[in-house]
Every structure is written in structure tokens, then in C-alpha cells.
Design a protein. Structure first.
Length: 733
């Protein structure tokens, strides 16, 4: 290292030109490129060798003082404290501003004022501090009652006043100029904004400040996520459309009115862009219960709905991961990203995620969509392709031309919330089967399947946690009430309703003991009870109609609230849900919030009434199948007994007798139908003795049983005919 560089304080690290950033020179003019290369050669010889300066001058043709000047330019730093390096050798490049030595106090318009403003701020540092403080609001000492974003015109006026306070004479700069240095003030604030970029973003609104704080284009933190369900994003979105509800008044008039805008909650997988679950909230704001329902829809296997909109149908590959892949059924995620909304911050949701689902929580700030870009982009796609195309859309803002009297259109075309549920299910399942740009043209479901084939595994809930009660339970502790002296049987009280069971009502030893309750908030008819030691005590049923009519915790709280205010009343023999719906229908005309609650009640009752019907049908089918199995076992048993015994050729077996009886009934109808609808006991006994009587099956109530029975015996008849045909064929041979 040369002594001249040591004297100026340079170190070995500064002169390592091999580590300087390269300069792109392929598109330069030949003359400029030649100058640059000569300068580069001279600097490298000076820094990299101990050759005398005279030899370098003779070799490159650059004078000694010029070599020293180029070296200093390369070793100097810019405004960001970065080493210039080869940038300092580029011809005609300006590396620092012009520095004026004295002010020009002449008022002649032809005078040169270059560098005067910089010199002014150097002589009066208080002016520089004033401009920065007034424009960027960097200090917190002053009162906040100031302009949020001051204009250049107003700040220049304040700057001139501040110059007078500093004692600058009218004949001095800037008063000796025509514009009073207004252009210089503008350029100074514009150039220094690069340093105070946070303050500039804050001046331009919360949106700009939020984007600046939460984005970093050089680092995409989602790019390393490859395994399905490794990270999911959750958020709620208020749908840009108005929907209607149809109900009847006590007088019988049919009313169609509008609802408050409803919400859709969604879970999106980051690795595959698959929507794994969603939930539609019919209230003005969604709560923690709606968040749990969205989680539940992502975990429980999806099944297609029975659609009520004519022409609406699922695409050929439309599906959800939980409905298509066995590995995704009851699968849970590792990390959940959501914001700090109040419904997300409840202890119930945090405990459910951490303790029950065992996933980590990544909480981002409220109203910062850039932290959850994938789910926010999905909402945009959903709105553009679905809700913004409805006649009742509100558009993306109040000035959107798509917005055209949405309330009137919702009532005119009866765009009800029931139809939106079907529409969302079809649109979202079709979205999962649509090619996605982020997936290089593959659909989210194809990427999900590809990752599973590559060997990525998913964590699934244990079998014992997959029923609805254990999936998202509410835990509560209640004391058992009762008094053996007064003959009052043991019971517990939850949310104003008594619960008991045949076992608890007889067990007076449980009085004053505590039971831990496992509560399904979606159906409060029954509660699972546990003792303090963790053993299962059994299922407790609500008293009266509460134990027969499906109802949720939310609806019971609402009913209790209105009942306490004496808005409506019901007895222990009334259906509380029906009474509640009637109360809402009466008052929904003047209250939009009650209309949303009425829509939610109707949707709930429709869901659980269909589930009850399905349960009854399944129960009847199970009963029919059990009876058929018993009958089939009886036939097999008789057949085995007849095969063991030696039979004569003329003696028919039991199967043949049954087959012949069924053939006669099929041709001539049942024997007892030819007599009377209800045969008398004497006729029944006579028919039983003649082996021609069978109990009549009510066609209105047990059609399924009769059809399955006939089908079973038809198979027996066909099987017997085949066996006889084979027997005759063997005899002929």
C-alpha cells in the first residue's frame, strides 16, 4: 500500500478493487469506453502494484495529478455511504454537488445563483431543520395540531418568514431573487425525501404507510413453502352485494326485504393455492363461532350440495382437497396466518388452535392485506368472477359504475342468501380445478396431488377427535343441584336450561359435586358430562322442548336476551325456535339486524331438519338391512340342515317352498289381500296353519323395506332357476 494512501487514512480493505461492483459497458460509445478503460488501468496499476507513478503515466498517458484525482474519486463514498469504486471513473459523471464559497448578493437577474441555497442552509442550519420538521413532521415535541401534508406553496411562505427571523437582510439571498428561492426549496424537499421515505409514506395516508412497512420485494417469505397445509392463510371478506330475505307477516303478507352485507370467511393453502374451507356469515359482523365453523369446514370431508339454482352445476373436476384425497380428510395445518381482528383474538380461538389443532399462530396487523396476499387475491378473483356480476352488486366502492341501485335489484330479482350458499360452493370448488398462474398453469388440486405423490405427508386428527362434539368443544364446569329430603332429583343448569339423565336423576351421591361438560355449541340438546377424575359420566339431555328441538348456543343466548326484555314469551310446551322465528318475522320489517338474524335462524333450521330426515332414513335402512340379514341367515340355516339330512326326491326344501310362495304372490298377489284389508283373527289362524299367511306391510310407511324384500327374493328365484338349468343340463349329458 502506497504511503500517500496511508497518510489519508485509507486501509487495505478500501483498495481491494477486485471486490468493487462492476460497471456494465456493452452499450457505451467507443470513445467513452476507451477513456474508461484507460482510467481503470491506471487506477488498478496504482492500487495493485508498487510501480512508480511516472511509469503509470508513461504507460496510460494520464498525468500524475489526474491519477491521484481518479483514485480519490474511486475511494470516496456516496450519500448512502457506499464506496463508489469504478463508478468514479465513468466520464462526465457527477459524484457530488457544486459547493459555492460565497453568496451572490447582487439583484441582477442575469447573476448566477448556483449553489447559493446549499450555502444558505450551511450558514443557517436552523433553516434546514425548519424545512425538514415542517414538511416531514419528524419531531414529536411539537403539538400534533398541524397540517398532515403541507403544500410546497405554504411551506415556502413559512420558509421566507423564518429567513426574516434569522436576520437575513433584504439585499441578501434569497430576498434578492425574483422567486425568493421557491424552486430551490422544492428541489431540496424532493431530493431529501429519499432519506425520509417513512415520513413521506406516512404523509400520504395509512395505506401507503402500511404497504411500506409490510412489503419487501426482495424477499418473498412464501416462496419456500412446498408441503401442502404447511401454512394456510385465513381472513374474512364482506361480500360486495346486497341480498334479500323472504318471510311472512302475522297477517299472511309475503315480505321481501334486504339484509346487511354478509361475510365470507376463507382458508387458503399457501403451497398449492387450494381453498380448503369456507363459511358464510349472515350477520353484520362475524364472531369466533363463525371462525370455528370455517375451520370445521376445512377439516371435515367436503361433499357436493344438492343445488337449487337451475342450470348451476359443478365442473367435471370441481372439488376440495378434503373431498378428493384420503390424506386430506381431517387433515390439519402447521401454521395459520391471520390478522389481529377481535374475533380472532378470543382465548377460545387461541386455545383451539394451539392445544386442540396443535398449530402455530402467525398474527399480522389489522387491515394489512399484503401480509396475507394469497387469500386477499382470492377474494379479488371471487368478487370479479362472481359477486360483481350480480345485478345487486355494490361494486368495489361507492363510485363504481357497476353499482346501480343494489337494494332495489335484490328485491326485484329476489336474490336470496339461500342461493348464494349454492353459488359460493360451486364457484369455490370450480376455482380449485382452474389453472392458476402461480402454479405455472396447473390447477391447485393438481399441485396438491403432485405434492402428495412426491411424498409430502399431512397430519390428520386422531379418530376419537373427529366427531362434531370433540372437534370444537366448549368446556364448562357445573355443580349438580338436587335435594333428597325434598325429593328434588339431581340436575345441572347450563344457560338457563336444566339438564339431566336417567342415571343422574337417581344418583343423589352426585349432589353438590362438579361435572365437566363437553358442549357442542351448534346443538345444545345434549351435553357430554365427565367427573373430576376424567371418567365419562354419560350424556345429559335438556329438559322440555329444549331437548327435542335443535338449537345453537348463539340462538339460545339471543332468545334469553329477548325474553328477559319481555319482547316475546314461550312456554315449556312450545317449540322455542319456532316461537323465536315468529318473533323475528314480526319485527324484521323495521329492523335490518333482525332480518339477518332471521336469515340465520331459517338457514339453521333448514340444515338440521334435513339432517334429521336423513338420520331417520338411515335408521330405517339400517332396520331393513338387519331384518334382511336375519331372514337370509334363516334361509341359509335351513338349507344347511336340509343338506345334512337325507331327503327324498319328492320332498321340497325350505328355499323351494319360499320361492314357490313368492312366485304365487307375484303372479296372483298376496293371499290375504284377496280376503280383507285387516284379516280377522280366525282367518289369520287358518292362513297360518295353511302356511299361506304373511303379515301385511304398510306401503306408505315401509316402501323401502318392501322393495328391498322383493329384490332379495327375486335374486333367490333367479339363482334357483340357474341351478335347476345346470341340473337339467348335467342329466342330459
Amino acid at each position: 500500500m502506497r504511503q500517500a494512501l496511508r497518510n489519508k487514512g485509507y486501509t487495505e480493505d478500501n483498495i481491494k478493487f477486485t471486490e468493487w461492483p462492476l460497471v456494465y459497458t456493452d452499450d457505451w460509445d467507443l470513445n467513452i469506453l476507451e477513456k474508461f478503460n484507460i482510467r481503470k488501468e491506471a487506477v488498478e496499476l496504482f492500487l495493485g502494484t508498487e510501480s512508480p507513478i511516472s511509469e503509470i503515466t508513461e504507460l496510460t498517458g494520464i498525468r500524475k495529478n489526474e491519477i491521484y484525482r481518479f483514485v480519490e474519486r474511486c475511494l470516496s463514498r456516496d450519500n448512502n455511504n457506499n464506496l463508489l469504486g469504478y463508478k468514479g471513473l465513468i466520464p462526465n459523471i457527477k459524484i457530488e454537488n457544486y459547493k459555492r464559497k460565497s453568496q451572490n448578493n447582487q439583484s441582477d437577474e442575469s447573476s448566477n445563483y448556483s449553489g447559493s441555497f446549499s450555502l444558505l442552509l450551511k450558514e443557517y442550519p436552523i433553516l434546514k431543520e425548519f424545512l425538514i420538521e415542517e414538511y416531514f413532521k419528524v419531531s414529536t415535541k411539537k403539538s400534533s395540531a398541524r397540517e398532515v401534508k403541507i403544500s410546497y406553496k405554504n411551506i415556502h411562505r413559512k420558509f421566507v418568514s423564518e429567513c426574516r427571523k434569522c436576520g437575513i437582510k433584504p439585499s441578501d439571498y434569497p430576498f434578492n431573487t425574483t422567486s425568493l428561492a421557491s424552486n430551490s426549496v422544492y428541489r431540496f424537499l424532493k431530493n431529501i425525501s429519499n432519506t425520509y421515505y417513512k415520513e413521506v409514506a406516512k404523509m400520504n395516508g395509512k395505506q401507503s404507510e402500511m404497504v411500506l412497512k409490510n412489503t419487501n420485494n426482495s424477499d418473498n417469505y412464501n416462496s419456500s413453502i412446498l408441503r401442502p397445509l404447511e401454512r394456510v392463510e385465513f381472513d374474512g371478506h364482506r361480500i360486495d352485494a346486497i341480498f334479500a330475505i323472504e318471510y311472512k307477516t302475522p297477517g299472511g303478507e309475503q315480505i321481501i326485504d334486504t339484509l346487511d352485507r354478509i361475510w365470507i370467511l376463507t382458508l387458503v393453502d399457501v403451497a398449492t393455492r387450494c381453498v380448503i374451507g369456507y363459511h358464510i356469515c349472515l350477520r353484520k359482523e362475524y364472531s369466533s363461532d363463525d371462525v370455528k365453523k370455517c375451520f370445521q369446514s376445512a377439516i371435515i370431508p367436503w361433499k357436493p350440495k344438492k343445488l337449487n339454482i337451475p342450470g348451476l352445476e359443478y365442473g367435471p373436476a370441481a372439488n376440495f382437497p378434503s373431498g378428493k384425497f384420503d390424506e386430506a380428510k381431517y387433515a390439519i395445518w402447521d401454521e395459520l396466518c391471520f390478522d389481529n381482528a377481535k374475533s380472532h383474538l378470543s382465548n377460545e380461538i387461541k386455545d383451539l388452535l394451539r392445544k386442540h389443532l396443535k398449530c402455530s399462530i402467525n398474527m399480522g396487523p389489522v387491515a394489512v392485506p399484503v401480509r396475507r396476499p394469497i387469500v386477499e387475491r382470492f377474494f379479488r378473483t371471487l368478487e370479479q368472477n362472481t359477486f360483481h356480476r350480480l345485478p345487486s352488486t355494490t361494486g368495489s366502492n361507492s363510485l363504481d359504475p357497476k353499482r346501480n341501485n343494489p337494494e332495489i335489484k335484490a328485491i326485484k330479482y329476489t336474490i336470496s342468501y339461500e342461493l348464494i350458499e349454492d353459488l359460493c360452493d360451486v364457484v369455490i370448488s370450480n376455482y380449485n380445478a382452474t389453472p392458476h398462474d402461480s402454479n405455472i398453469g396447473f390447477t391447485p388440486l393438481e399441485i396438491f396431488e403432485s405434492r402428495l405423490v412426491q411424498g409430502y405427508t399431512l397430519y390428520q386428527l386422531p379418530e376419537q377427535q373427529r366427531n362434531e362434539i370433540n372437534l370444537f368443544p366448549l368446556i364448562d364446569i357445573r355443580r349438580v343441584n338436587g335435594n333428597i329430603t325434598n325429593g328434588r332429583r339431581p340436575y345441572i343448569v347450563f344457560n338457563g336450561v336444566r339438564y339431566s339423565s336417567p342415571e343422574l336423576s337417581k344418583d343423589f351421591s352426585m349432589v353438590n359435586e362438579r361435572l365437566k361438560l363437553l358442549i357442542n355449541t351448534e346443538d345444545l340438546r345434549t351435553i357430554v358430562a365427565f367427573r373430576d377424575d376424567g371418567t365419562n359420566y354419560g350424556i345429559l339431555t335438556a329438559a322440555g322442548q329444549w331437548g327435542k328441538i335443535p338449537h345453537s348456543l348463539k340462538f339460545r343466548n339471543a332468545m334469553n336476551k329477548f325474553k328477559r326484555k319481555r319482547y316475546f314469551h314461550y312456554t315449556e310446551f312450545d317449540d322455542p325456535m319456532e316461537k323465536f322465528q315468529g318473533f323475528l318475522e314480526i319485527n324484521a320489517i323495521n329492523d335490518k339486524a333482525l332480518r339477518n338474524l332471521l336469515a340465520e335462524v331459517k338457514s339453521y333450521r333448514k340444515k338440521y331438519s334435513s339432517e334429521n330426515i336423513k338420520a331417520e332414513v338411515d335408521k330405517k335402512k339400517e332396520f331393513i338391512q338387519n331384518n334382511h340379514l336375519e331372514l337370509q341367515n334363516l334361509v341359509i340355516e335351513h338349507k344347511q340342515q336340509t343338506n345334512i339330512q337325507k331327503k327324498t326326491k319328492d320332498e321340497p326344501d325350505v328355499q323351494t317352498l319360499i320361492i314357490e310362495q313368492k312366485i304365487k304372490e307375484k303372479n296372483n298377489g298376496p293371499i290375504y289381500e284377496k280376503t280383507k284389508e285387516d284379516p280377522s283373527p280366525n282367518n289369520v289362524i287358518a292362513l297360518q296353519q295353511s302356511n299361506k299367511y304373511e303379515p301385511k306391510i304398510d306401503a306408505n310407511t315401509d316402501n323401502d323395506f318392501k322393495d328391498l324384500e322383493n329384490s332379495y327374493f327375486d335374486e333367490l328365484v333367479e339363482d334357483a332357476r340357474k341351478k335347476r338349468a345346470k341340473k337339467r343340463r348335467s342329466i342330459n349329458l
